[in-house]
Design a protein around this ligand. Structure first.
Ligand SMILES: Cc1ncc(COP(=O)(O)O)c(C=O)c1O
Length: 382
């Protein structure tokens, strides 16, 4: 039987409850929210999703939840909406290209000055690096919550607190951690330290591909310009975008089926509890890491401490090309991994695994102990 160990790329199956809701929806009539009376149902679905997702990220006002096509669009909207010509921006040396490319494009176009905060080879970051790097014109700090290559969790609370001391706005990329690692922006002691959280729908949130969004705090909301504009079904007499949320950042027809998947899955995750999910995933990672320690010729590129990472583990098998290992694991043992650079050349440069890359194992809701043991046995054979 096939073993899926590529949850960091996408969650392969929706839960039966989510699938059931989507089937029912697809069997009915599909209308556009805010464009006609009959579209009220789509509006109700969207509001339900805003409530559930808002709760997951600690936002009491559901209108602060904005839906997009995913973390990539959200990061582009937040970054481009917040920076002004001449600003200095900081991001870490393990960012995904969803952050790195839009920032580097702004730098190349002469709009911003950009510095990458240096991370240790295992992907960890000393928060002191933020204080050292801040300049008079620093406007924005963008950080991934956990590296999608090594799984290493970054000290975002400490870094964001330092940034806020200097009036620097903060964006958190929770593509890898939404629904699997607790973090809230509003009501639980994190108040005010994070200005925008970008999330992906199709990973830990277990929704459909092509769904996702961002949640926005008050300070960023005042400062963020629209990066995409268009029809919203509101204030239609004006060529300006509406100044109220969520319309201000949601032009065009929304991905209602994706949003419905998020409503249903976020409610399910709230029912189980992100802490419980985190504990389960921590246990899978701990079992895998402790098994890897016993294996010769395999180097773990991130931390070996399961408390310091999410369920993402990158390895180098001495003497083998990463792609070759992935292929052998699949062809010989039915194990699905991802090899290469994982859309994060910066992270691989940090770890010294550029350009060859690593073999990445990532676990999720369907991973069992037996599967972890079978992966370890396959690696031992190899
Ligand atoms: C850390 C990180 N950021 C951003 C993204 C992009 O997310 P999306 O697929 O929702 O655009 C990913 C997806 O691989 C990711 O791992």
């Amino acid at each position: 039987m096939t073993i899926y160990a590529n949850y960091a790329a996408t969650t392969p199956a929706l839960s039966p409850a989510v699938t059931g809701e989507l089937r029912e929806y697809l069997g009915g009539v599909h209308l556009n929210a805010g464009r006609n009376f009959e579209g009220l149902e789509a509006g109700a679905i969207t509001l339900r999703a805003r409530r559930a997702v808002g709760k997951l990220f600690g936002v009491t006002d559901p209108l602060r939840v904005i839906f997009t096509s995913g973390a990539t669009q959200s990061l582009n909207m937040a970054i481009n909406g917040l920076v002004r010509p001449g600003d200095h921006v900081l991001a870490t040396g393990v960012e995904h290209n969803a952050t790195a490319r839009p920032l580097d494009l702004l730098r190349k176009n002469g709009v911003i000055e950009l510095d990458w905060l240096p991370c240790a080879p295992d992907g960890s970051l000393d928060p002191g690096a933020v204080r050292k790097a801040i300049r008079k014109n620093t406007r924005l700090l963008v950080m991934t919550h956990a590296s999608n290559v090594f799984g290493t969790i970054l000290p975002v609370r400490e870094c964001f607190r330092i940034a806020h001391e200097y009036g620097v706005l903060t964006i958190l990329d929770m593509a890898q951690t939404g629904g699997v690692l607790p973090f809230t922006m509003g009501d639980s002691g994190d108040a005010g330290i994070c200005d925008v959280i970008a999330f992906a729908g199709h990973k830990g949130l277990r929704g459909l591909a092509g769904s996702g969004g961002f949640v926005i705090g008050e300070a960023a909301c005042g400062a963020m310009r629209q990066w995409i504009s268009g029809g919203t079904g509101s204030v239609s007499h004006s060529l300006d975008m509406p100044d109220f949320l969520p319309d201000r950042f949601e032009p065009g027809t929304q991905n209602i089926i994706g949003i419905l998947s998020l409503a249903a899955s976020a409610e399910e995750i709230l029912g189980v509890g992100v802490e419980t999910i985190r504990e389960r995933e921590r246990a899978s990672t701990a079992r895998f890491l402790s098994g890897l320690r016993e294996l010769k010729n395999i180097r773990v590129c991130g931390t070996l401490d399961p408390d310091r990472c999410v369920s993402v583990v990158s390895v180098v098998v001495e003497g083998y090309d990463a792609g070759e290992v992935s292929q052998l694991l699949f062809e010989g043992h039915g194990i699905i991994t991802r090899s290469g650079l994982h859309c994060s050349p910066l992270a691989h440069k940090t770890a010294g695994t550029f350009p060859g890359g690593t073999v990445r194992f990532s676990f999720g809701s369907g991973t069992t102990e037996a599967e972890i043991d079978r992966i370890l046995a396959a690696l031992e054979k190899l």
